[in-house]
Design a protein around this ligand. Structure first.
Ligand code: DGJ
Length: 743
């Protein structure tokens, strides 16, 4: 029996303890070193996200928000949260797998070649590739240690604009086919006390209705399953304020948008630790995708920007990014136009159009845009139920073809643009009779139409050739056509492709890929031709499509009152140069109000010019001139939202040019309650506090005068601190102010 010797015990204990402590010290030093060595910062000028490779090789997100001055300090962030335990250890995964230890919403879910459904993703390597001083891409390769399936996460940063585009490439390294059940573009992990989601919904003529709600534990899903015209009910753009709803100038906010012109899904999950897990990408609904051995799947891009200076700064960053990098000719100019859709609908002929072309010139705009109804002979396109798909000029309406109209336009020194809707078909058409196999429909089920039409199967290369040919034929025969309006009015019912045979679940994805192939081909041949993205209004406004378009049609609803609200909401995500706004006969407001509202983006008209009263015509002609003189500020300037129509009796927004020597402020009454108007000054934004400015009311209706004459000079400091009263009231429902640096 060994006697108990306390001193020996204490010495031994001391020895063990010091060995243990030295080991602990060594371990903590080396592990701190190891941790430091495996932090992957994704940073822009003001935004920072830190990925950390754990000792178990799993990659998690440990910081998302304002960038730290010293990226070595990101590693300390996780220890500051005392929100409970993450038993799985992967709640913060940079790309959450499914079927192994994860119990929350996955970013990726697969069925392996052997039928197994588990996935683990471990760090392999990462790399940073610099494009130029502003743009670089970090890639992080992850691999399943058992199955070899590989996922590469890409983070492309635009430093000055504080924008990140994220996507994933999934590679099948297995011996047989792998099925992708879910395959998100991005997976983010954000820590705040509260999350306020501002998202959108709507329908035809009701685009961009909005809600701002606090996210509670559980999952909120934003998604669409419509196939084409995908964001008719729900756009892929949203924002999340952290802690409390951000205002224009204050608060932390993340803007997100899925760059995909089809079914998307965004999961916003507040997890058991009160962190926000955000997963965005293609909607996996009915879209399992098979990868053959060695094949890769590249997801679409998920775009985000983060601001800790409120929603205004986030918008301006996104606008700058869109103009510099995404929207075609984002820093270029746009063609003002006269469209005939609401002036004639389908009821026109050559002489009538020739008159409208003369009106285009009379109005002073750049182009005449011929809308729907110019084609098809066996089943003439005289209403929306026939002829779609038969893209030959209707010989009764246009006996001398498009060429005659292009010439007429040239004779009047204006340009000529034309409407197409090449992805869709009316069952009452020759195209449908000849190629029923090109149409998306269930062979054994009754057809269900949307606006009397069906969707062509763009997963089929022959259909891609046809769709490309619709535009290419017009251009080949009429090289002076200067503009296309590309419309898309149907959703996909009865999703089934004759072409895809036993790969039906590829249809939604391959449709969009087919569309992009056509648009790539079109752009390769016609790189500069301006084109409007239209989808029965704004049913398809996403940054995946806008790569190929110069602008988008905001909504068929052109009631200016409604437009103020819609354009205000679109302005969070898309710069004014991309908004197509037309003056029409919708709404009860006078022509000045309607025109002023349309001037906030790209101005167009869709009215019967010949029926305008002389003063109205004079006003429109003057407005076009005024607009042209201001368009540089509106198209390329910075946007400041000054008064939200949802919170006020009026709306005010302002555009300021880069040199801060010229600005324009639009103000509208949106309430008809007694005494409604701008009772107090409206604080301006974006000016130079040290410059002096003159403020003058412009775009006055003939015969009216304004007391805001530009005779007084105010400092930028005054205009942004005290503000200026545009004096909007029931007698002055729409007021445009020009702000110029005083000489
Ligand atoms: C829907 C568009 O949004 C309208 O502007 C017009 O082009 C019609 N289609 C034509 O059918």
């Amino acid at each position: 029996m060994i006697a108990f010797n306390p001193s020996r015990y204490q010495f031994g204990h001391f020895l063990k303890k010091s060995i243990f402590l030295s080991f602990l010290l060594f371990w903590s030093i080396t592990s701190a070193w190891a941790q430091q060595a495996t932090i992957i910062p994704i940073e822009t000028q003001r935004f920072g996200m830190a990925l950390q490779v754990g000792t178990d090789k799993r990659v998690g997100i440990i910081h998302f928000g304002t960038k730290l001055n010293n990226s070595a300090e990101y590693q300390y962030a996780p220890a500051m949260y005392r929100r409970g335990d993450d038993y799985s250890g992967i709640l913060n995964a940079a790309y959450t797998p499914s079927g192994s230890r994860n119990l929350v919403e996955p970013a990726i879910q697969v069925t392996h070649a052997d039928g197994n459904t588990s996935l683990d993703l471990q760090y392999v390597r990462h790399n940073v590739q610099k494009t130029d001083n502003n743009v670089s891409t970090t890639s992080v390769v992850l691999r399943d240690p058992v199955y070899g399936l590989e996922v590469t996460l890409y983070y492309k940063v635009y430093t000055a604009e504080d924008v990140v585009e994220q996507w994933s490439v999934i590679k099948n390294n297995e011996k047989g086919n792998v099925t992708l059940n879910k395959y998100a573009s991005a997976n983010l992990y954000v820590s705040a006390n509260n999350y306020w989601l501002k998202h959108y919904h709507g329908d035809w003529a009701k685009e961009m209705q909005t809600e701002e709600t606090r996210l509670t534990p559980g999952i909120k899903v934003l998604d669409t399953k419509l196939g084409t015209r995908a964001n008719l009910y729900q756009p892929p753009s949203f924002m999340v304020s952290l802690d409390r709803p951000a205002t224009e100038d204050e608060g932390r906010v993340l803007y997100g948008s899925v760059e995909w012109t089809g079914n998307f899904r965004v999961d916003l999950e507040v997890d058991p630790l009160n962190n926000l897990r955000l997963i965005a990408g293609i909607n996996p609904h009915a879209s399992e995708y098979t990868l053959t051995k060695g094949q890769e799947f590249t997801t679409p891009l998920f775009l985000y920007t983060y601001s800790d200076k409120g929603k205004g700064a986030a918008s301006r960053n996104l606008h700058r990014w869109a103009r510099n990098y995404r929207i075609m000719q984002g820093n270029g100019s746009r063609l003002t136009l006269l469209n005939n859709w609401e002036a004639t609908y389908f009821d026109f002929n050559e002489p009538k159009l020739a008159e409208l072309i003369k009106d285009t010139k009379r109005l002073g705009v750049d182009m005449f845009l011929l809308d729907d109804g110019w084609f098809a002979n066996k089943y003439p396109r005289n209403a929306d139920n026939a002829g779609l798909g038969d893209w030959q000029e209707n010989v009764k309406k246009l006996p001398h073809g498009i060429g005659y109209l292009v010439k007429e336009a040239q004779n009047n020194q204006v340009k000529f643009g034309i409407w197409v809707e090449p992805e869709m078909v009316n069952p009452k058409s020759e195209l449908y009779e000849k190629h029923p196999d090109w149409v998306i429909r269930q062979p054994k089920r009754e057809e269900h139409l949307y606006r009397n039409q069906l969707v062509l199967d763009l997963s089929n290369p022959k259909v891609q050739d046809f769709v490309f040919g619709v535009l290419d034929n017009i251009m080949t025969k009429n090289p002076n056509v200067a503009f296309f309006k590309w419309d898309c009015n149907a959703v996909i019912y009865n999703a089934h492709s004759e072409y895809l045979k036993n790969k039906q679940s590829h249809l939604y994805v391959d449709y969009v890929r087919g569309l992009y192939k056509v648009l790539e081909r079109f752009r390769a041949k016609y790189p500069d031709l301006p084109m409007m993205l239209c989808s029965g209004g704004g049913g398809r406004v996403d940054y995946g499509a806008l790569k190929y378009f110069t602008e988008f049609w905001v909504s068929d609803n052109t009631d200016p009152l409604e437009r103020i609200f819609m354009q205000y909401e679109y302005s969070y995500f898309f710069p004014a140069i991309a908004h197509d706004n037309h003056v029409t006969d919708w709404g009860k407001q006078p022509i000045k109000y309607r025109t002023d509202v349309a001037m906030m983006g790209k101005l167009g008209f869709d009215i019967v010019v010949s029926k305008l009263e002389p003063n109205d015509l004079q006003f429109c002609q003057d407005a076009v001139k005024t607009y042209k003189s201001l368009s540089d500020v509106i198209w390329h300037g910075d946007l400041y939202r000054l008064a939200n129509p949802r919170d006020n009796d009026f709306a005010s927004v302002m555009y300021v040019n880069e040199a801060k020597n010229r600005a324009v402020m639009f103000n509208y009454l949106v309430s008809n309650r007694y005494g409604a108007g701008t009772l107090s000054p409206v604080k301006m934004g974006g000016l130079d506090p040290n410059k002096k400015y003159q403020v003058k009311e412009i775009n006055l209706y003939p015969g009216t005068q304004s007391s805001i004459t530009g005779n007084t000079s105010y400092s930028g400091n005054y205009l942004m601190t005290v503000g200026f009263n545009p004096n909007v009231n029931a007698r002055r429902t729409s007021v445009i102010l020009e702000i110029t640096e005083a000489r």
